[in-house]
Design a protein around this ligand. Sequence first.
Ligand code: F6R
Length: 602
Amino acid sequence: MCGIVGYLGKKEKKEILLDGLQELEYRGYDSAGIAVIKDRKLNHFKAIGKLKNLREKTRDFSSEGFGISIGHTRWATHGKPTELNAHPHLGQYSYVVHNGIIENYQALKKELQEDGAVFLSQTDTETIVHLFEKYHQTSNDPFDAFQKTIERLEGAYATLLITEAAPDTIFFAKNGSPMLIGFEEEDVYFASSDTPIIGKATEVYYLEDREYGYAKKGEVALFDAQGSKSFQKQTLPTDKAMAQKDGYRFFMEKEIYEQSSVISDTMIGRINDEQIHFDELESDFFDGIDAIKICACGTSYHAALASSYLFERFAKVRCDIEIASEFRYKEPLLDDKTLFITISQSGETADTLEALKMAKRAGLKSLSICNVDNSSIVRESDAAILTRAGIEKGVASTKAFATQAMVLWMLSLYLADKRQMISREQKMIEIDAMRRTPKALIVTEALHGKLHRLSKRYLHGHGFFFIGRDIFYPLALEGALKLKEISYLHAEGYPAGEMKHGPIALADSELFTIALMPKTLHYDKIKSNVEELSARDATILAISPEPFELADDFIQTLQSTHPMLEFFEMMVITQILALEISIRLGNDVDMPRNLAKSVTVE
Ligand code: F6R
C-alpha cells in the first residue's frame, strides 16, 4: 500500500529516490519523504500531498558522492496524512521507512514510552525506530539491534532503516509486504516493485518473507531464521510498462489476482483471537443507533446491498440501502437514531458525497467505508473505515469491491457483538471463515484457463442474466455490471426467484444465464429457478460446487462450509469471465469507453 525506495552508492541520491517514488506513487500519495546520510551527516525532507511537493522542497538539496538513502510514499493506515505521520520516521539518530502494518505496535509503543521514548507521530512505523535505538543503546551493535527489533515485530512489514551509528549501511527486512534488492556493480537499490529500478539495476533479488540483512559499500548480506544465505539473483526485466502490471496483461487482471493478498491487508490488526476490532471507532460509536441506512453508487452499492443481509442476519438491526442519486431527491424521512453509512472506493463520488451532506444536515451520525484516506467523503464523515485495497487502476472495480465486502462483513459481526446478538460459537464460525477468505480468492491456472476457453462461446447472444439469491443476488448484479462495463454486451443481474415474474419471457438459446448456485445457501431454491430457465431452452453457465446436469457449461467451485467463502470464490469467477470476454472482443479492458474512475459530477 505504501512505496519504498532505497539507494546506496555514489550517484545523486535525491534524484534516484524521487524518480523511484514517482513510479510508486500509485501505491500511495498522501505524503512522501526521503532521508540521506552523506559524509556522516543526516538530511531529511517530508511533504504532504503528491510527490511534486517533495520535489519542490528538495530543489536546493544535492547528494552526490558515496552515501545511503531511503524514501517513502505513503498511503495512510494509522494516523492522518500529516508531515509528522509521513515517513521516514526519526528516532534520536536513525530513520526508518516501512510498508505494512505492525499489529502489535500499541503494546510496543506502551513499552517504549515507559522506557522514556517520545513519539512524534500516530503511526505504527515509529515503534520500529525507537525499538532499534533501545536495543542499540544496550548492545552498541547496529546489526544486532536491528535483528532484535524485527524479532519483536508482528504483522506485515517491508522496512529500511539507516542510522548515524552505521552511516554507510542500510538495514532491510521483509515479511508479508513486497521488497526487492537491485544490483549494478557497487550500487545497491531497494524498492517495493521493479519499476523504480528498471534501467538502473541489471540484476534483482526478490526478498522472501522473514528475510533480512544489511547493505554497505562492497557487501550485501542476507539472513533468515536459519542464518546467512546467498542471493539467487535474476536478470531484471527491461520493459517498464509490463513491470508496472507485474507481468499481467491489464491492471484489472493484476487487481483480480491481488485480491487474495489485499484482503489480508483489510483484515490485518482488525481480527484478534475472538474479536473484531476497529481502532477507527470509539467504543460508544453505535450507542443509541437502532437502524442503518447505506448510500452508495455502482459497485459500492452492490457491496452495500450484500451487507444488508448480514447486518439484519447477524446484528438484528434494520438496514436499508439506497442508490445515492435516488436518495438525494426522494425527500427521504430520516431519523437521528439511524446510522448513515456511505461506501465509496474513491471517496469523491458526487452523489454519495451530497447524500452524506444531506444526512448530516438532518442530524444523522455518519460512517464512511472508503479506500482513499483524506478524500472528501472521509473528511465529511464522523468516522471512517479504510478498506486498504491500495490504488485501483482498472476502471472496472474489482479489489475495491472485495475489500468493501470484507469490511462490511466484519462490521456486521462487530455490531452483532456490541448488540449481543450473536453467540460465541457463531462468531467463531464467522471469524474462521474470514481467515480462510484469502484462499477462496486465489486464481488457479486451471480456473483461468477454463474461463478463457469458455469465454469464446459468450461473445454474442441477445443478453446475459446473472442470477442469484440472498447475498448472491447483489453478487449477480455486480457480475453483470462487470461484464457490461468492459464487454459492452447487455447484461442484467436478477434475483433468481424473480425471473418467472417477467424476464423469463426472454428465455431462448441466445439468452445466456450465469447461475450462481452456492451449496451453503438456498441451493434447492436456486436449482429450481435454473431448471425453469433450462426448460425454456436458455443457455446456462452454472457456477456451483454441485455438478448440475442441466447446465450447458459448468464451473465447479470448492465445497465450502460458509456462504461468504462461496461468495468470494464466485466473485473472482465472474470477474475473470468478464475479463476474458472483453479481451476476446478486443476492448480496452482498463479504460472502457465512456467510463471514468472517479465520478465527481452528478
Ligand atoms: C464499477 C465502478 C463504479 C463505481 C461507482 C462508485 O466498476 O467502479 O460503478 O463503483 O462509480 O464509485 P465510488 O465507489 O468511488 O464511489
